[in-house]
Design a binder for this molecule. Structure first.
Ligand code: FAD
Length: 302
């Protein structure tokens, strides 16, 4: 069996695997897609000490770094079930079963899509999901934020300080964000809020040039010319497959303590699939290291 089996091969999983392997213990990583969300990212400018890189390049470096250690990488394999017997047993989609003394879950998350024409086509060409990451690319431009919950309104406030103008589109008749955020938003001169707005299309030629929405009260179609669209309708952790094998929040995030330990002893979690407050590459790597050290601590005590 593995001493440490890491499920997920993004920044959190890569970091966890390296920290485990450096202890000289038997380490494996199983990943549906090694690299994770980083593969879908163009420009990365907040990975500290690296002023600028690109997603596929960082993903390649992650893999290269993991491969300098004795780590068994099982790429293009998806886990579908986890049970704890004497050992943990992780069953893959192809029904193979991997056994391990400890498991680190680092299956990440995915942005919820709006699923309108143009979203897929203009991803990284004006359609964005992370204001901390991509906001500065829209300096001086006009953008829309889809979603009037806390993350949408936080994004709108954040972006308003960088871009020329922000249009917030909320599907419901009113914003859902906390009132302190709404007050802050309404105090800003360069934000327009449109409620009852159903986004129907993101338009563009080579890059985004506008957004179309239907006013749900009047059924009228409108089009706003702009250069960027931030989709902020939720981040979904990739934890459905765990059912109730481990404690998760209402949002599906795995609950961890300061050592990355979950409700099941010997089971750890890190990165976007866990209940950390913020989801970023640097944070995922830190929590991957924490979970791995937590797992090592567990191994030497049991
Ligand atoms: P992920 O990167 O999501 O990796 C999860 C891993 O688990 C993948 O290998 C996946 O294939 C695997 N997996 C999932 N389910 C299973 C399963 N059942 N079995 C096996 N494997 C599974 N952050 C920044 O700091 N700076 C940026 O500029 C930035 N830009 C971004 C741009 C975009 C478009 C996106 C989508 C995200 C961006 N982020 C950025 C956020 C950052 O990418 C994430 O916070 C980070 O990748 C999280 O790392 P992770 O390892 O927790 O999860």
């Amino acid at each position: 069996p593995f001493d440490v089996l890491v499920v997920g091969g993004g920044p959190a999983g890569s970091s966890a695997a390296i920290y485990a392997a450096r202890k000289g213990i038997r380490t494996g990583v199983v990943a549906e897609r090694f690299g994770g969300q980083v593969l879908d990212t163009l420009s990365i400018e907040n990975f500290i000490s690296v002023p600028h890189t690109e997603g596929p390049k960082l993903a390649a470096s992650l893999e290269e770094h993991v491969k300098t250690y004795n780590v068994d990488i099982m790429n293009l394999q998806k886990a579908k079930r986890l049970v704890k017997k004497d050992l943990f047993e992780v069953t893959l989609e192809n029904d193979a079963v991997l056994k391990a003394k400890t498991v680190i879950l680092s299956t990440g998350a995915r942005w919820r899509n709006v699923n309108v024409p143009g979203e897929e086509e203009f991803k990284n060409k004006g359609v964005a999901y992370c204001p901390h990451c991509d906001g500065p690319l829209f300096e001086g431009k006009d953008v829309a934020v889809i979603g009037g919950g806390n993350s949408g309104i936080e994004a709108a406030i954040d972006l308003a300080g960088i871009v020329n103008h922000v249009t917030v589109l909320e599907f419901a008749p009113e914003l859902k964000a906390d009132s302190v955020l709404q007050d802050r938003l309404h105090s800003l001169p360069n934000v327009t809020v449109i409620t009852n707005a159903q986004t129907t299309e993101i338009t563009g030629d080579t890059n985004v040039n506008g957004i179309s929405y239907k006013d749900r009260a009047t059924d009228q179609e409108h089009h706003v010319a702009l250069q960027g669209v931030f989709v902020q309708i939720g981040l979904v952790p990739n934890t459905e497959w765990l059912d109730d094998s481990v404690e998760r929040t209402r949002m599906g995030e795995i609950v961890v303590d300061k050592r990355g330990s979950t409700s099941v002893s010997g089971l750890f979690a890190a990165g976007d699939c866990a209940d950390s407050a913020y989801n970023q590459i640097i944070i995922s790597m830190g929590s991957g290291a924490t979970a791995s050290l937590g797992a090592f601590d567990y191994l030497i005590r049991n």
